[in-house]
Design a protein around this ligand. Structure first.
Ligand code: ADP
Length: 501
């Protein structure tokens, strides 16, 4: 339990089970529940997208609030869903604006960003400020801390320190901005700046301006009381040009207020002992079911049911994930005695390349282009090895699922991958703690060399079993991360010195 229960307003543009395009939704879906379990009173604020209505949850109307916009005041309906957790609950409040949010996609349609994304998320953030006012005046619920996620929520921190600064009802609220991927910043043409409703004085290089454009994430980094990201290594990497995507200087200015806190995973939904998607269940103590999962997976992909090591990939097919390196070494891989299954969707060139390779090596390579939650679980259950050669990776979730499912992760030594996978060192003495393999360089030969080591170790059943078991016993739960957020939030509200890098 927390030492100091707080009123926390969590602001995210997506959260499971309401709306999801990526890992952010998993975090925003799980973290509020964990913080509530610690004794905090948490309200999660989301836009009311079309998919929220279709999520099968029952919402009730709470109130109508008036949001100031450039075009004049806009009235919006706030609706509530309540999620029960042990000894508590999380309230989910949605902000309605049919023209902005009742659309087929969250941020884009047919691969193109909506033209009015700045207006949409500026409205979302201004409405959040009005929600704070309502909570204070109508519910005697002062927001102690606003936890903002990514560029879509970043303007809340800016509004609180500018146009809302003198409003009595929001006084004292602290802001924490969490960066899930600095590669996505919410960049808009400079001429759209006035749509934020902010004074021109903050459209400068010290504020939201980025070489003439509006950069919402930058605004959040500058104005938030504290900035976190999703792993300690990534927190250091974003201070460098290689991972800062142009914001490294801005981030270095906030270095004393920056911290990396690893994500956890939902260990109920991702549990090989109970997973309804798996054809057979298993645990660290009895892994026999994993063999049956492997055979079923080989059948599902039309691969021969051999005992060769089965490698796997589940990912968005983008250059961030380094899958071009996998494509480059497939001829060498298939020459070794192994199989590979790939599930993903993304860049058309990469999809086409994998399709051509699959047609060439149908008995070695299984491929599904698309997004398939059930198949993702079956791959984690049935594969022996999980590949994640990302160029950068803020935290990464898939390698955490792999650890839990006894599927040995082979990861690029970067960001959260470096922090969550303990590499098998060459020295025999350190073997007990190892849970996978690190690839040091962003190069196909480096990946191939590590995979040769992986496949060689696979033949040593006892060493392999030790690696699998250590991974399955690693703590990948949210409980650990939530207690770090708890410590940070409480120290900020009590104005004690918060932890930093
Ligand atoms: P990112 O958020 O950068 O995409 P993460 O590893 O943090 O990467 O999270 C990816 C999540 O999306 C994981 O839960 C993974 O299983 C899932 N995922 C990615 N691609 C697919 C797909 N094609 N089908 C099913 N699930 C997928």
């Amino acid at each position: 339990m927390t030492q100091h229960p707080l009123n926390l307003l969590m602001v995210s543009s997506e959260a499971v089970p309401y709306a999801k395009t990526g890992g952010l939704a998993d975090v925003a879906g799980a973290l509020p529940l964990e913080l509530a379990k610690l004794g905090h009173d948490v309200i999660l604020v989301l836009p009311r997208y079309r998919c929220v209505r279709e999520a099968g949850r029952s919402f009730r109307p709470v109130c109508r609030i008036t949001v100031p916009t450039l075009q004049g005041p806009v009235e919006t309906l706030i609706e509530e869903d309540v999620i029960a957790v042990d000894r508590g609950r999380v309230r989910v409040w949605t902000i309605q604006h049919e023209a902005f949010f009742d659309r087929s996609g969250l941020y884009q349609a047919q691969g193109l960003d909506y033209q009015d994304n700045l207006d949409r998320f500026a409205f979302f953030c201004r409405a959040t400020i009005e929600v704070m006012v309502y909570l204070r005046t109508a519910c005697q619920w002062p927001t102690h801390l606003l936890h903002l996620h990514d560029w879509q929520a970043a303007l809340c921190a800016v509004y609180l320190k500018t146009i809302a600064r003198d409003r009595q009802e929001v006084q004292g609220a602290r802001t924490v901005l969490t960066l899930h991927n600095v590669g996505y910043q919410g960049l808009f043409p400079g001429k759209q700046f006035e749509n934020t409703g902010l004074p021109p004085s903050v459209f400068t290089p010290a504020g939201l301006e980025y070489y003439g454009s509006v950069n919402l994430l930058k605004g959040g980094i500058v104005f938030a009381d504290y900035v976190t990201t999703v792993s300690p290594t990534y927190a250091r990497e974003i201070l460098t040009p290689a991972c800062g995507f142009g914001l490294e200087g801005v981030l270095r200015n906030r270095e004393d207020r920056l911290l990396g806190i690893l994500n956890g995973i939902d260990t109920d939904r991702w549990n090989p002992a109970t997973d309804p998607y798996l054809p057979a269940k298993y645990s660290a103590a009895d892994r026999s079911g994993k063999q049956r999962c492997k055979q079923a997976l080989q059948r599902e992909f039309g691969l021969p049911e051999t005992s060769a090591p089965l490698l796997s990939v589940i990912a968005r097919l983008t250059s961030q994930k380094g899958l071009d390196l996998v494509a480059a070494i497939i001829p060498e891989l298939v020459a070794m005695d192994l199989q590979l299954v790939i599930l993903g969707t993304g860049e058309p060139e990469l999809e086409a390349e994998f399709q051509a390779l699959q047609a060439r090596y149908p008995h070695r390579l299984g491929l599904r282009i698309g997004f398939d939650e059930g198949l993702a679980h079956r791959i984690e259950g049935g594969a022996d090895v999980f590949l994640m050669p990302s160029r950068y990776e803020p935290c990464g979730l898939s390698q955490l699922y792999s650890l839990r499912y006894g599927t040995v992760p082979v990861v690029r030594k970067t960001g959260g991958l470096a922090d969550t996978v303990v590499p098998l060192a060459a020295q025999a003495g350190q073997r007990e703690r190892a849970t996978g393999f690190h690839v040091e360089a962003d190069a196909a030969e480096a990946l191939l060399a590590v995979l040769r080591r992986t496949v060689a170790l696979y033949q040593d059943r006892s060493a392999w079993g030790q690696l699998v078991e250590a991974g399955m016993n690693a703590d990948v739960s949210w409980a650990r991360s939530a207690s770090e957020y708890d410590r940070l939030f409480v120290s900020l509200v009590l104005e004690e010195s918060p932890p930093a890098l």
